[in-house]
Design a protein around this ligand. Structure first.
Ligand code: 13P
Ligand code: SF4
Length: 299
């Protein structure tokens, strides 16, 4: 009998497909992917891939971003109900209202947002390039949506005053400073890395703040042997595999259940039957494309 993994490999070749997976997906899903990375790296790959079919393992906004960047390709998300909780905290209608009240304001949108909201944004960013994007609007009135923690982090890092929305990631916002301090107490020699979606008081305890991919780079090049990792626990797979002999400690409750919904079986179903196709109107694709392309240009 052919295994699920072998069948996926076979179909991938037959259909000229590429499988992209976010760093928070399960180890089994990461093992099937052609590229595992952070939101920015995966978006760049989605824009330049020569594949006809993109299977995006992650949450739905990632598949939508791939479709906006490559409208001529078929994009499949194996779990169409895997929606980022933070992305739901800011709608296109709310942004249209904000713009009416603040004409001239630059709306910076975290890529963790719906395509419908992206249509109303001037420029998108990820946790990798948020500082560069905020720098690029210095001197203008600006708003960053939907993550208040990311907005506060970027404003503090650049000195650029930006208004923030009141959205948050339940996984990262759920990591508290006292939990981080307890981990530091247990592992006093550990280097502390935190994702900018964490609360400001958690970021204040970190030695490095950055995207998931930046954490992998830092862990790979650092002389340190122990790391406290204040982000989603899916990061453990690559950190441990790529850094044998180094130890990584997490807040074990930091689990994004939607990222874990994708399974090898759902990837196979998508490849075999075309399930989970991302369908966006040309109006949304064209409206959102400029903001997403500006994000890629500032990669
Ligand atoms: P990265 O872009 O750092 O991979 O983060 C994505 C995300 O969803 C964080 O919660
Ligand atoms: Fe969304 Fe948070 Fe999950 Fe990232 S970890 S996909 S921001 S809910």
């Amino acid at each position: 009998m052919v295994s699920v993994e072998d069948r996926i490999r076979q179909l991938k070749k037959e259909k000229n497909a590429v499988i992209l997976a976010h760093n928070y997906t399960t180890g089994e899903v990461q093992a099937l992917a052609d590229l595992v990375g952070d939101s920015l790296g995966l978006s760049v790959e989605a824009a330049r891939t020569g594949a006809d079919l993109i299977v995006f393992c992650g949450v739905t906004f990632m598949g939508e971003t791939a479709k906006i960047l490559s409208p001529g390709k078929t994009v499949l998300v194996p779990e169409p109900d895997a929606r980022c909780a933070m992305a739901a905290m800011c709608t296109g209608e709310q942004l249209r209202e904000y713009r009416r009240a603040h004409p001239g304001c630059v709306i910076i949108g975290y890529v963790n947002s719906t395509a419908e909201a992206k249509k109303e944004m001037d420029v998108c960013c990820t946790s990798s390039n948020v500082v560069k994007v905020v720098e690029s609007v210095r001197g203008r009135e600006a708003l960053l949506v939907p993550d208040a923690n990311l907005g506060a982090y970027a404003a503090a890092a650049t000195g650029v005053p930006i208004a923030a929305w009141d959205g948050f990631c339940p996984v990262h916002h759920g990591i508290t400073a006292s939990q981080a301090r307890a981990l530091k107490g247990k592992h006093p020699d550990a280097f502390v890395m935190a994702h900018p979606e964490c609360r400001g008081e958690v970021l204040a305890l970190a030695d490095h703040v950055g995207s998931t991919e930046s954490m992998l780079r830092v862990a790979g090049t650092s002389e340190k042997r122990e790391f406290i990792v204040l982000t989603e626990v899916g990061m453990r797979h690559r950190l441990e595999r790529e850094n044998p002999g180094k130890a990584f400690y997490f807040c074990e409750h930091a689990v994004c259940t939607t990222m874990k919904m994708v399974t090898p079986e759902s990837v196979l179903d998508s490849l075999e039957n075309g399930t989970g196709e991302v369908v966006l109107s040309s109006d949304v694709i064209e409206g959102a494309r400029g903001a997403v392309m500006r994000m890629i240009d500032l990669a």
